[in-house]
Structures are given as structure tokens and as C-alpha cells.
Write a protein that binds this ligand. Structure first.
Ligand SMILES: N[C@@H](CCC(=O)N[C@@H](CS)C(=O)NCC(=O)O)C(=O)O
Length: 201
């Protein structure tokens, strides 16, 4: 498998998952500004969506969309505990979280990356994210991980997007539970290895 990624982007959730599952993979860095891969290919030709993550499977098929790639990866290792078994209510609970992280948090950050947008739009985005952060923090109360006792792909994705708050120098002090969660995930050996491999530490 080849994971097309950009350092620190949402593709980091897939990268963490590949390492946590000990699956064999190659990493191909994509420069989103130029649209070129580190191997000199035009990424938009390889993946017409033009965004990461994208996973090239060994038989040449491609998968895109973080939530789908993450679940594909865990389903390659059925005995792993990064997701509850398919068909169970717990698995739907996991999917519920993946959808929340993708649409409420991941896309909630989107306006903050665009420096051309007016300050008011940034302020609105921060306030909206703040409400979602409050909800996540409440859920984490008394839990080590998002779904309870086991670290799952939802944690890989949540950590990835919460990390952006640091990059954007957002004040997370109103949510100390989130800061300690980021710290907790960041201390996992495979997460540390991911950050190192992406050149982020
Ligand atoms: N719907 C996609 C969105 C992925 C996405 O937003 N990727 C960002 C990086 S975090 C990206 O590559 N943006 C560049 C672009 O949209 O051209 C998913 O959920 O995987």
C-alpha cells in the first residue's frame, strides 16, 4: 500500500493507523501547493480529487476519504482493537465519531487556514469550533480515549485535527481536558514515530 500524505495534514490519521496496525506501507509526500508528489508525479492525475489522504492499494485500486481509508485499514487486521467489529452498535458509534470529526471539526478548521478571509469569519469559525471542543471534552471526561477503554481510529483522526489548534496558535486553555488528551495521544510510540516521519518534531 502507498499512502499519499502531506505533513501534518488530515492524512496523518491514516499514517498513525498504519503504524498502530503494523501494516506494511510506503509513504509518498504530496506538495499540495504545487500538486506534485515527491517522486515527481502530478498528484492531480493520480488522484483527480487532488487532496490527501489517498491510498493506492497493492492491486492498483485507489481509496480516498479519510473515514473510508481508516476503516479499510482496520478491517485488514480483524483481530486488532482499533475499531469495534463491523455490524455492532459500537462500530456505528465509531462511524458517528468519524463523521463528527470530519464534518464538524476537520471542516470547521477550514476557514482558519485561509488568511484572506475577514477576521469576523475567523472569529465565527473559532466560536463554532469552541462549542464542538466543549462537547468533545465532556465526552472525554473519565475516559482515556474517545470510545472508552481502547484507542481507535477516531482517536488517530481527532488527535490529527486537534493538533491544528496548536499550529494555528489557538488558545485551548478553556478545554484543559483536550490539552491533556493531545498530550496522551502524542506520547504513544507510534504517534511519535509518525510525527518524526512527517518531519514535525
Ligand atoms: N473529503 C476529504 C477531505 C480531505 C482534505 O480536506 N484534505 C486536505 C488536507 S487536510 C487537502 O488535501 N486539501 C487540499 C485541497 O483540497 O486541494 C476527506 O475527508 O478525506
Amino acid at each position: 500500500m502507498k499512502l499519499f500524505y502531506t505533513p501534518g495534514a488530515c492524512s496523518m490519521a491514516c499514517h498513525i493507523t498504519l503504524r498502530e496496525l503494523a501494516l506494511p506501507f510506503d509513504l509518498i509526500k504530496v506538495d499540495l501547493a504545487t500538486g506534485r508528489t515527491e517522486t515527481g508525479d502530478d498528484f492531480r492525475i493520480l488522484n483527480p480529487k487532488g487532496y490527501v489522504p489517498a491510498l493506492e492499494l497493492d492491486h492498483g485500486e485507489w481509496l480516498t476519504e479519510n473515514q473510508v481509508i481508516l476503516q479499510y485499514l482496520v478491517d485488514q487486521v480483524p483481530a486488532g482493537d482499533l475499531a469495534p467489529p463491523q455490524g455492532t452498535l459500537e462500530r456505528y458509534r465509531l462511524m458517528e465519531w468519524l463523521a463528527f470529526i470530519a464534518t464538524e471539526l476537520h471542516k470547521g478548521f477550514a476557514p482558519l487556514w485561509n488568511r484572506d478571509l475577514p477576521k469576523e469569519v475567523h472569529q465565527m469559525a473559532r466560536e463554532r469550533l469552541g462549542k464542538r471542543f466543549g462537547f468533545v471534552e465532556k465526552t472525554l471526561l473519565g475516559h482515556e480515549w474517545l470510545l472508552g477503554p481502547n484507542f481507535t481510529i477516531a482517536d488517530a483522526y481527532l488527535f490529527t485535527v486537534l493538533n491544528w489548534a496548536h499550529v494555528l496558535k489557538m488558545d485551548l486553555s478553556p478545554w484543559p481536558g483536550l490539552e491533556s488528551y493531545i498530550h496522551r495521544v502524542g506520547n504513544r510510540p507510534h504517534v511519535k514515530a509518525t510525527l518524526t516521519a512527517e518531519g514535525l518534531v
